[in-house]
Design a protein around this ligand. Structure first.
Ligand code: LLP
Length: 463
């Protein structure tokens, strides 16, 4: 159906560029399982359930806006990644996507490792009992204090991101009488097909040390001479929300070339290669992510082939998926407030959250889908833009979507696939209170990160 032929709601925007939104699905009540977590379903009355609990009950108990995290799905995804990569490889969950003590415990129980990138993430991981040797510590500007805490705790690896850091970590380790296992993060010069702000392997950006111009080889040279460091491998992360394996292929090839160069120059075969995270998920029905076993096979094949060609033993591979594990496992539940039909354009649906609980739409032009979840509806679809309650016109949660034309204030709507980089990037803009994260599993729901309160705001404001 062409959008201008669409029957209900205000007439549609002929001013919008083509491809900005797709035609409405034939039945808005049908859930696309690609974008919803595994235990989400509609009950006999058409209301959404997660882990067997109806969303209206969840809203009553925990309020809105709130993130609901499907624990069974999270654990199943951890296991799928661990099984796919097997005993000869390591999976590090990227904590920046979403981290809490409950999540750390689930990771531990499911046998995953954890990538942390700040003192705060390190503390959360250790406090929840993750063994330090299963942590990788990242960051382009780790403070000396953070480095000391990481080395003292005995983190399994520190990923070195600059020449200065090579020296800093070596000094700290020596001072503490330790030899720290490290990898060097290189930038391989790949243009990942993703938003500019989340692409990380091209050369004109802040992360890593470039392979180009022999810089990475020089970094290896220096790291090998320092007593405080045990250089175990090379790290590359090319960006995020990537579907095309071609970028990983180029990245792996270039990293293996560096390993071969290191062997030729120093007679040392580094035993690890980390290809980072960045695997894409389905935010809308248009996205087709790969399964972990396909990714594991593709990456394993690439590295093995390149190493064979270079006459190297295949190193131990590790990966760092964040979004691909937690992203699909949560949705944000909102209550509909004001509904404003704009004749000839679209209907603006305001919810009780916004850019403070999901900055991704404003920041990256990210696409999301949305569904009416407190009931089903046979009303015609209407073109909507779901917006928040912040004082800013860019405060958009879902740019283009369809909801039933009988949508009313008080209805509950949910945005799926908000598990990654939504709560972790949430803010207090306009003194909004950051929503809770509620874990749901087998008929039980429990808060794992509580809702912020106005007292929390005032406590930080020391007057
Ligand atoms: N490893 C490293 C070294 C990283 O820098 C990142 C993400 C990951 C792993 C995990 O990437 P993932 O698998 O989650 O895509 N805020 C942005 C994403 C920034 C990602 C930063 N680094 C977003 O909301 O899309």
């Amino acid at each position: 159906m062409s959008r201008s032929a669409h029957p209900a709601g205000p007439r549609h925007a002929d001013v919008l560029p083509e491809g900005h939104y797709t035609a409405p699905p034939t039945d808005l009540n049908v859930l696309d399982e690609k974008v919803w977590s595994r235990t989400v379903a509609r009950d006999a009355d058409g209301a959404l359930t997660v882990g067997g609990i109806e969303v209206a009950r969840l809203a009553e108990e925990f309020g809105t806006p709130a993130y609901f995290l499907d624990e069974a799905d999270f654990r199943a995804r951890c296991r799928a990644w661990a099984d796919a990569f097997g005993a000869d490889a390591d999976v590090y969950y990227a904590g920046k996507a979403f981290l809490s003590r409950a999540v750390v415990r689930w990771l531990h129980e499911e046998g995953l490792n954890l990538d942390v990138c700040s003192g705060g993430e390190l503390t959360t991981a250790l406090d929840a009992g993750m063994p330090a040797e299963r942590l990788a510590f990242h960051g382009n500007n780790k403070t000396t204090d953070e480095i000391e805490r990481a080395v003292e705790a005995g983190v399994g690896r520190i990923v070195l991101d600059s020449f200065q850091e090579i020296v800093r970590v070596a000094h700290v380790a020596q001072r503490l009488g330790k030899r720290q296992r490290v990898q060097i993060r290189v930038t391989v010069g790949v243009e990942a097909h993703t938003h500019e702000f989340i692409a990380t392997a091209h050369e004109d950006q802040k992360f890593g040390i470039a392979l180009a111009g022999g810089l990475a080889a020089e970094a290896v040279r220096r790291a090998l001479t320092l007593d405080g460091l045990e250089l175990t491998g090379i790290h590359s992360h090319i960006g995020s929300q990537i579907f095309d394996m071609a970028g990983f292929e180029v990245s792996a090839r270039r990293v293996v070339q560096l390993l071969a160069q290191v062997r030729d120059e120093h007679g040392v075969e580094l035993s690890e290669i980390d290809l980072g995270g960045g695997l894409g998920i389905a935010y809308t029905s248009a996205d087709d992510p790969r399964e972990p076993h396909e990714i594991a096979k593709a990456l394993g094949d690439i590295v093995t082939r390149e190493c064979e060609a270079a006459g190297l033993a295949t190193p131990r591979i590790s990966v760092e998926p964040g979004r691909a594990i937690v992203g699909p496992t949560a949705f944000t539940l909102y209550e509909v407030g004001t509904i404003k039909p704009l004749e000839g354009l679209r209907t603006y649906v305001s919810v009780d959250g916004g850019m403070s609980d999901n900055i991704r739409t404003a920041l990256y032009d990210a696409e999301y889908s949305v569904s009416l979840v407190s009931r089903s509806s046979d009303a015609e679809p209407m073109l909507v833009r779901v917006v928040g309650k912040h004082c800013e016109s860019g405060d958009i949660v879902v740019k283009d979507a369809f909801l039933p034309a009988d949508l009313a204030p008080g209805d509950l709507i949910a945005v799926p696939a908000t598990g990654a980089y939504c709560r972790s990037m949430a803010s207090n803009y306009n003194h909004a209170l950051r929503p809770p994260v509620v874990a749901v599993r087998e008929g039980r729901a429990r808060v794992i990160v509580r809702r912020e309160t106005e007292e929390d705001l005032l406590r930080l404001d020391v007057g």
